[in-house]
Design a protein around this ligand. Structure first.
Ligand code: PHE
Length: 382
């Protein structure tokens, strides 16, 4: 029994030397001197506990931040904290002393926990206030300015044409802007030495590829890849190597193609009449002037009375009262055959309108350069 108590005191002594103040060490030494005097052990432990409490309480109330406060919790109240380590000595006290000292430890622990919670609340409140002050937003400041764009009149016209003809069964197809010479010319009955190739000043990519000069190659692609009957529209960019006040090297067309059995010029006229009434508004006269395209036979240029002056003559229609809106005709049987359709069984009509031209007529725009300037003051008007 003596031996056990002596060993306990030694352990306690080492521990105290490691962790506590001179005063504690002094007290502990005293208990050592008196060797197995349990009352002396008790008073040393009590003294140490009180010192720890005083020191912990002082540090906790002064903790400058939640983080440092939390470190104090580990330092004093954690499993390896000084109070917990000291508590282990409790078992080495005589059974008469144990309950009283145990109670003291519990009280100290409770008081420190209360002090901890109190400081924690204070720090939280002041840290929240600091964050609010730091992250303060001035809600009266103007927000970031986002410039909204506007649909380009070319896009608006394409959408509108697609919508109008969509109502009578047309749907959109697309083709590449770099086309084969064959799809842009040869299959459309424009042979290599044909003078009509010179009519369209072509951007050549190489011997066999061009920037498409019209949307008509999409006719070829449709006839070759889809089973008739068909009604398709092909809007998109086209390129021609000329540029002056009324021509841009890049502009837009929309191609229409209908393939069916027994198709006549009357069908073409009916379709275009319907379209002109829907697009420009009712009451305009329509005119089909004989013309020539290698891929249609017969061919016709489509005119309507000028929507601006209603046929009376103005600057837009150059006083003629008529406006030209595009080319059209019945699909040349040679083109049907080139694309693998039997001309005895299938016929069709096709038309091609210039989009910028339609926009110029509809909105009375007088300068084609406006289409490519991206000036929002212009674009927002449509
Ligand atoms: N592709 C012709 C052009 O660019 C227009 C057109 C299309 C004519 C379809 C007839 C039929 O001028």
């Amino acid at each position: 029994m003596k031996c056990r108590v002596g060993a306990a005191v030694d352990t306690f002594h080492n521990l105290v030397v490691l962790v506590f103040t001179d005063k504690i060490i002094h007290n502990t030494r005293m208990s050592n001197d008196k060797n197995d005097n349990k009352n002396a052990d008790k008073s040393a432990i009590v003294q140490s506990a009180q010192d720890i409490e005083a020191q912990a309480a002082a540090e906790i109330t002064k903790a400058p931040s939640s983080r440092e406060l939390y470190d104090l919790k580990t330092k004093y109240l954690g499993k390896q904290g000084s109070l917990s380590l000291l508590m282990r000595e409790l078992g080495k006290l005589g059974s008469a002393d144990r309950p009283g000292v145990g109670q003291l430890f519990n009280d100290i622990k409770k008081r420190l926990e209360v002090a901890y919670a109190q400081r924690e609340n204070e720090l939280k409140a002041s840290e929240i206030n600091a964050a609010i002050a730091r992250e303060r937003l001035d809600l009266t400041l103007p927000g970031p300015h986002l410039d909204l764009g506007a649909a380009h009149p070319v896009s608006i016209v394409i959408r509108e044409i697609v919508e109008i003809l969509g109502r009578i069964g047309y749907s959109v197809r697309q083709g590449p802007l770099i086309e084969t010479d064959r799809n842009n010319f040869t299959a459309l009955n424009i042979p290599e030495d044909h003078p009509s190739r010179d009519l369209q000043d072509t951007f050549y990519i190489d011997d066999r590829h061009v920037l498409r000069t019209h949307t008509s190659p999409v006719q070829v692609r449709t006839m070759e890849n889809e089973k008739p009957p068909r009604r398709v529209l092909a809007p998109g960019s086209v390129f021609r190597c000329d540029s002056d006040a009324s021509h841009a090297p890049h502009f837009h067309q929309i191609e229409g193609l209908l393939i069916d059995r027994k198709v006549s010029m009357a069908d073409l006229r009916g379709t275009i009449s319907y379209f002109v009434d829907e697009f420009f508004g009712p009451g305009l006269k329509k005119r089909f002037r004989p013309s020539f395209f290698p891929f249609t036979e017969p061919s016709a240029e489509v005119d309507c009375s000028c929507p601006i002056c209603r046929g009376n003559g103005c600057r837009l229609c150059k006083q003629s009262g008529w406006i030209e809106i595009g080319g059209s005709g019945l699909v040349n049987p040679k083109v049907l055959a080139n694309c693998g359709l039997d001309p005895e069984e299938w016929q069709g009509f096709a038309f091609g309108f210039g989009i910028e031209r339609m926009a110029i007529i509809k909105y009375a725009i007088d300068d084609i350069r406006l289409f490519s300037e991206n000036d929002l003051r212009f674009l927002r008007q449509f």
